[in-house]
Design a protein around this ligand. Structure first.
Ligand code: ZN
Length: 268
């Protein structure tokens, strides 16, 4: 490319720029001097705002710095002799360009933005609910404990602790995504009277796992998407396909039928 070549001749390669603004040497705890390779230093200069200013005052313009860095390293090789970034021998492998016309047509950029319809439950014409929901609309709660191949031992431990202490309805292990839950999980359901105990207990005993606490109202779709509490980080819940109340195929309100008899007294 011709403009690339221009920069190659106009601008100093990084080694010369560094001579004007020498990089500090670092000494490790064994007294060994650690000095960046030229390539490392070129990247550091490119990314560090303070070094960028330094180099600009040494005669390099910001717009050409990237080109100068790459042009400078074009003749460099790594110590083991392999091709360095910018080396003419280096070629990124990319698939060939697709040929044809987009099925979206050529004018999507001109489509105007319009206000989407609200997907939240019970919104009125303004996009806000007309009144708050009574908390007594909640019949019970579910706790969904998520895990993966790296955290299943934590899930096993937490599940044991729960079943030793709380009269809950415990579900199966789900070792694959199931329903709206996009990772492996297990759940336990519990009655409202346990909420003031289960929430702080899970906060202290989550073992870092992501836990979804959702109420069971007459709207399971909203229960999973809009009425949630999370312990630690949240993760996607794919409940958008669940039916709204009154729609054909809408699920019934969840029942909690405890199947666990605690064997230990809860620690206080
Ligand atoms: Zn649930």
């Amino acid at each position: 490319m011709s403009h690339h070549d221009d920069h190659e001749h106009d601008l100093d390669p990084p080694g010369i720029a560094l001579a004007a603004a020498p990089a500090p040497d670092f000494v490790d705890r064994h007294g060994r001097c650690l000095r960046n390779s030229d390539d490392d230093q070129a990247w550091a200069d490119l990314l560090a705002p303070t070094r960028r200013r330094f180099l600009r005052s040494a005669g390099l313009v910001a717009g050409g710095l990237g080109a100068a860095v790459f042009a400078g390293s074009a003749h460099a090789a790594t110590p083991d002799g392999s091709a360095a970034l910018g080396d003419p021998a280096f070629r990124a492998v990319v698939p060939p360009r697709d040929v044809g016309r987009s099925p979206w047509g050529d004018h999507t950029a001109n489509e105007p933005a319009t206000r989407p319809a609200s997907v939240r439950p019970r919104d009125g014409a303004t996009g806000l609910p007309d009144a708050p929901r009574p908390y007594t609309d909640i019949y019970s709660y579910h706790a969904h404990v998520y895990f993966d191949e790296d955290t299943y031992l934590k899930a096993e431990r937490l599940r044991l602790w729960v079943t030793e202490r709380f009269p809950v309805e415990l579900g199966n292990w789900n070792f694959e995504p199931r329903g709206p839950h996009v990772t492996p999980s297990f759940y336990f359901g519990f009655t409202n009277d346990l909420l003031p105990v289960v929430v702080p207990w899970l906060q202290l005993n989550s073992l870092g796992l992501t836990i979804l606490l959702h109420p069971n109202s007459d709207d399971p779709r909203a229960d999973h998407l809009y009425y949630t509490l999370w312990v630690n980080r949240s993760q996607p819940v794919n409940a958008y396909g669940m039916k709204r109340p009154g729609e054909p195929g809408a699920p019934e309100i969840e029942k909690i039928l405890p199947n666990i008899v605690p064997t230990r007294t809860l620690e206080t």
